[in-house]
Design a protein around this ligand. Structure first.
Ligand SMILES: Nc1ncnc2c1ncn2[C@@H]1O[C@H](COP(=O)(O)OP(=O)(O)O)[C@@H](O)[C@H]1O
Ligand SMILES: [Mg+2]
Length: 368
């Protein structure tokens, strides 16, 4: 007796793979674009909506094996592609040309590792194959130039398009970087008033020629005052990340950050807990320096997610300070893995928000 292979049998086999980032199987996530059944040969084309360049081969192989295990299937081919869709920004803010998704990285206070997280996360997204930019909007303490190893005094080139002049972002480690620090000289007074800051940053954002970015990560100024609120209102942001240490005080500040984004209808994609643990390099003992579980409690309280928890290590600081952040310096290390996890979780989280139901898959059954 020959087994009958049909769409539902194929779908059932595909459902065996549960995507940890989407929190569901790929049939439920509407990632199946095409199923072709040709006698005993099956072909499935999948389209993911978050960058997963490093995962795609493994997922395709897993599913291919699952399909080939089906009685009645001789050979299976699974292709997996991904594409980052542009998500809608806050009400009535038009999207910016050249950028699909602007994400604000914020913290209630300075020194919690916001810039370090921004740089490493941008590099982790790029490592998955995404096109990524970083805008250093921390005008009082710009640090992306240093983190990306861009020498002091390097100035962005200018280009003209139509009647308009644009800055060309400075590319480093495959990421397009722009910072007010690239434009000022040592003699420029850094005494900015609120309206000047938000005006200047908006100008910097719109007068930079970003090249087809899937994501622009904005390293926001620390705090939740007028400058931050104005930025959160005026820049077409699709989501925000809150960086905090598990310390009580930082958590209190992080709350204000979450509330600020809620006020302006920017979804909080999650909380990143930084400097959560320290492992002694001598004895290997791990300690929770600032208490345990704070990030998770905070995330729970605000109905968002604790995306990852990062340890405090000397290498994270040294590598960031030397212009070669950990994701680049130790791409296969434990910290880089956490950042890749963060990149996928954040991107997947964004893709399921506001996502319109895509067209149903096309099923082709031929028997020749
Ligand atoms: N997980 C970490 N482990 C060790 N040092 C860190 C870590 N995260 C950040 N740092 C260091 O702490 C300092 C402040 O980090 P930074 O990213 O500049 O904070 P922020 O942008 O919030 O002010 C920097 O010297 C940075 O290298
Ligand atoms: Mg900073």
């Amino acid at each position: 007796m020959t087994e009958v292979i049909n769409q539902s049998v194929i779908e059932q086999a595909l459902r065996q793979y549960h995507d940890p980032y989407l929190g569901m199987d790929l049939v439920s996530a509407q990632c199946v674009r095409n199923i072709v059944i040709n006698g005993v040969d099956v072909r499935v084309d999948l389209l993911m909506r978050y960058p997963c360049g490093r995962l795609s081969e493994g997922i395709a192989r897993t599913l291919q094996d699952a399909l080939e295990d089906l009685p009645g299937v001789m050979s299976a081919t699974v292709t997996l592609a991904w594409h980052v869709e542009a998500m809608p920004a806050q009400a009535n803010l038009p999207a910016m040309s050249g950028i699909s998704n602007i994400i604000a990285v914020a913290s209630g206070k300075g020194g919690v590792g916001k810039s370090t997280v921004t740089a490493n996360l941008a590099l982790a997204l790029a490592a998955e194959g995404a096109r990524v930019g970083v805008l250093d909007a921390d005008i009082y303490g710009p640090s992306q130039g240093v983190m990306f190893g861009i020498a002091g005094g390097v100035r962005p080139e200018m280009m003209t398009e139509g009647e308009q002049q644009f800055f060309v972002p400075i590319e480093s480690h495959g990421v397009q970087v722009m910072s007010m620090a690239f434009l000022v000289t040592d003699n420029t007074p850094m005494i900015w008033r609120g309206p000047m800051v938000s005006g200047a940053l908006q100008q910097l954002l719109t007068q930079t020629h970003w090249e087809h970015l899937d994501y622009l990560m904005v390293d926001m100024p620390p705090g939740t005052g007028d400058i931050q609120l104005t930025l959160a209102q005026r820049v077409p942001v699709v989501g925000s990340l809150i960086v905090t240490t598990p310390q009580d005080l930082a958590l209190l500040d992080a709350r204000k950050g979450i509330e600020m984004f809620r006020k302006v209808d920017v979804p909080v994609l999650g909380v990143v807990e930084n400097m959560a643990t320290h492992t002694c390099t001598n004895c290997g003992h791990t300690e929770h320096l600032f208490g345990e579980g704070g990030g998770a409690i905070l995330a729970d309280e605000y109905d968002t997610e604790l995306l990852v928890s990062l340890p405090l290590t000397v290498s994270i600081r040294e590598q960031a300070d030397s212009g070669c952040p950990t994701v680049i310096a130790e791409p296969d290390g434990e910290i880089a893995m956490i950042y890749r996890e963060l990149a996928r979780r954040m991107a997947a989280q964004l893709s399921v928000r506001n996502s319109e139901a895509p067209a149903p898959p096309t099923i082709n059954i031929s028997d020749d």
